[in-house]
Design a protein around this ligand. Structure first.
Ligand SMILES: *[C@@H]1O[C@H](CO)[C@@H](O)[C@H](O)[C@H]1NC(C)=O
Ligand SMILES: *[C@@H]1O[C@H](CO)[C@@H](O)[C@H](O)[C@H]1NC(C)=O
Ligand SMILES: *[C@@H]1O[C@H](CO)[C@@H](O)[C@H](O)[C@H]1NC(C)=O
Ligand SMILES: CC(=O)N[C@H]1CO[C@H](CO)[C@@H](O)[C@@H]1O
Ligand SMILES: [Zn+2]
Length: 591
């Protein structure tokens, strides 16, 4: 620091000397100036490349909807000749009450399944309620069960086949599951109406399975029964397929059904599969009603670590017990979350792009521009990823989740724990796979194993020789599942799904809607029976065509007071009724 001059005369000399010293300083230190300049120049270049990036975003046109074209509303021919049936489905009080009765009867049969329930031949008594359920369906839908071809797979899996007259047209497959999740005993008192009563309060029908998903199963059967009554003649076959243990991984039901279907019809033999899934809801960003049909499903992997260490008395403990060692693994895991990634492969990118091009000015223009470039432009992508990452709800649509859900270990307060187990649940991102998830999981365990001189056996392969101090063993805890192949949302099959959705909801359900209904692909956060059906068709849609402003809040799925709005149930029924007719033509095929 320069000291203050003593008097006025000294000022100029002091300035002079200061200048001189600066000159000297520069001469002595020019290297640093040059490098400083380089840093400055570099940062300008960087800034301006960012500026170019932002400029590119600003120049992006937003009026090109080709990335997500709106498909025209599409009604079946019959609608123009006589619309009375579909209008009755949606608006006639007598029809509504009959439909309520059918759904209530289905809810009244307790078709609970539990995890690890033995297979049907091994414990037939545990599955008897499904026999009651079948009797109920047979008496409620007599035309289907007497006139159509019905097969049972592994006793309780149902395959209804309404043959089409044109064998060149692949059959459509509508599907749902017969089973429901258990009602927790200690919540029984909290239900407004008993969970297997099927109570209807004039708006909602309550009960376990009312919205997951006997509503869909009954809607499919009601639609088919109606079409038989009306002498509909399918050119394209219709399959109704119902598993019976979807809530317990589907290995008894859908897995066996898939083998049967593949054997009977062949690979890639189905026009499209429509199963339970997302539906119509009010989008948070635009405030508009959007129809979401899930074209993708994340993968699933429960990974387990067993650690065995020598036991002993806890008065002379080692520095780290197996519990401490496992905790260190858990600590490493939780501090190393999966990075979010949003590639063009992810249906959520197309979802948001569909909103960007089709909801007018509901999304600010610059945001729309960034969204449209996010599939190929790094800067735009990072901006979008940042906003998706803000909430856990959206973050995990674009990244693998990991959650340590189970720890077991320790026997006694004064004995060293010899064996400890940890299980972490992963929902694998669309862009990733099981191998990547395994590798990352193992790498954290390996860090701890190496640090403390322990062995490591990973999926049967020895990575570090077991030692006297102990050994980690990693394996699957349950069946792992790769992320599903993403179904098309740009072909004719999609066009019909979208078009019939617009017809049903714009023409009939919400005739006063003052904007076109956007139908967009999405991702299913949970897994469905469709996990076993990938070989049958690439056009798999996890789609419950019904409107709910906020389906989790409204339907209480898997929870106390599970319920379905009867309006929503009838919308699903109206959709299936129109959809089966609308696709009954070679025009609905991909060329
Ligand atoms: C149903 O058909 C009738 C008679 O053709 C017609 O007047 C009416 O507008 C139609 N309703 C709808 C919603 O299209
Ligand atoms: C429903 O069935 C399950 C399995 O059979 C049984 O454990 C449960 O108690 C039943 N629930 C009610 C409310 O009857
Ligand atoms: C699908 O096909 C592949 C190849 O033929 C086969 O290995 C696999 O088991 C099939 N998947 C199912 C669920 O049947
Ligand atoms: C009847 C039938 O095909 N049963 C099979 C269903 O799938 C299980 C595997 O989950 C097989 O063990 C059964 O044989
Ligand atoms: Zn379900």
């Amino acid at each position: 620091m320069v000291s203050l001059p003593n008097d006025e005369n000294d000022v100029s000399s002091s300035v002079k000397s200061k200048l001189l010293s600066i000159k000297e300083y520069v001469q002595e230190n020019w290297k640093y100036f040059v490098s400083g300049l380089i840093v400055l120049l570099l940062s300008i270049v960087l800034l301006s490349s960012n500026a170019v990036g932002y400029l590119k975003i600003a120049l992006q046109p937003v009026d090109d909807a080709s990335i997500c074209p709106m498909h025209e509303p599409l009604a079946p021919e019959s609608f123009y000749q006589d619309n009375s049936t579909v209008l009755a489905i949606l608006r006639d009080e007598e029809f509504r009450l009959k439909s309520v009765k059918k759904l209530a009867g289905a809810v009244q049969i307790n078709t609970t399944v539990t995890d690890n329930q033995p297979d049907v031949p091994d414990a037939p008594q545990l599955w008897e309620s499904f026999g009651d359920f079948h009797l109920y369906l047979q008496s409620t839908f007599p035309k289907i069960f007497t006139l159509l071809d019905v097969d049972y797979v592994n006793t309780y899996g149902i395959v209804i086949h309404w043959k089409g007259s044109n064998s060149n047209l692949k059959p459509v497959m509508l599907t749902a599951h017969q089973d429901v999740v258990p009602v927790q005993k200690d919540t029984l008192e909290d239900w407004s109406y008993p969970p297997f009563e099927g109570h209807y309060d004039g708006q909602y029908l309550y009960g376990r399975g009312s919205s997951d998903c006997k509503n869909i199963l009954i809607a499919i059967l009601e639609a088919i029964e109606l079409l038989i009554e009306q002498d509909f003649k399918p050119q394209r076959g219709v399959l109704a397929v119902f598993g019976f243990d979807e809530e317990a991984s589907g290995l008894r039901g859908a897995f066996n059904l898939s083998k049967y279907l593949e054997k009977r019809f062949g690979k890639d033999s189905i026009y499209a599969i429509v199963d339970e899934g997302s539906g119509l809801m009010k989008d948070q960003i635009t405030g508009q009603i959007i129809a979401m049909a899930a074209t993708g499903e994340k993968g699933y992997a429960d990974l387990k670590i067993d650690l065995t260490t020598p036991g002993g008395h806890s008065s002379v403990p080692p520095d780290h017990t197996s519990i401490g060692l496992m905790s260190e693994v858990a600590y490493l895991m939780e501090n190393d979350k999966y990075e979010p990634i949003l590639s063009a492969k992810n249906p959520m990118l197309k979802y948001i792009q569909c909103l960007a091009v089709n909801t007018g000015d509901k999304i600010p223009k610059m945001t729309r521009k960034a969204i449209l470039r996010a599939g190929f432009d790094k800067l735009a992508n990072s901006l979008l990823v940042k906003s998706f990452s803000k909430s856990p709800l959206t973050r995990y649509l674009i990244s693998t989740s990991q959650s340590i859900d189970l720890v077991r270990g320790g026997e006694k307060a004064n004995a060293l724990p010899e064996a400890i187990t940890l299980v972490a649940n992963h929902r694998v991102a669309i862009e990733s796979n099981i191998q990547e998830t395994k590798d990352r999981f193992v790498s954290r365990v390996q860090i701890v194993a190496e640090k403390y001189g322990l062995g490591l056996v990973s999926f049967g392969k020895t990575i570090l020789e077991p030692t006297a101090k102990g050994t980690f063993e990693i394996d699957f805890f349950s069946h792992a599942l790769e992320p599903a192949p993403v179904s098309p949302s740009d072909d004719t099959v999609w066009k019909y799904l979208a078009g019939v959705t617009r017809h049903v909801f714009e023409d009939l359900v919400f005739p006063d809607l003052d904007y076109p209904l956007v139908v967009a692909p999405a991702i299913m956060p949970a897994n469905t029976d469709t996990r076993y059906y990938w070989n049958l068709t690439k056009n798999i849609y996890r789609y419950t065509p019904a409107y709910s402003e906020d389906v989790m809040k409204e339907n209480h799925i898997h929870s106390v007071d599970e319920r379905v709005s009867v309006d929503a149930h009838l919308e699903t029924l109206a959709f299936f009724y129109e959809y089966v007719q609308a696709i009954n033509t070679p025009d609905a095929d991909n060329s």
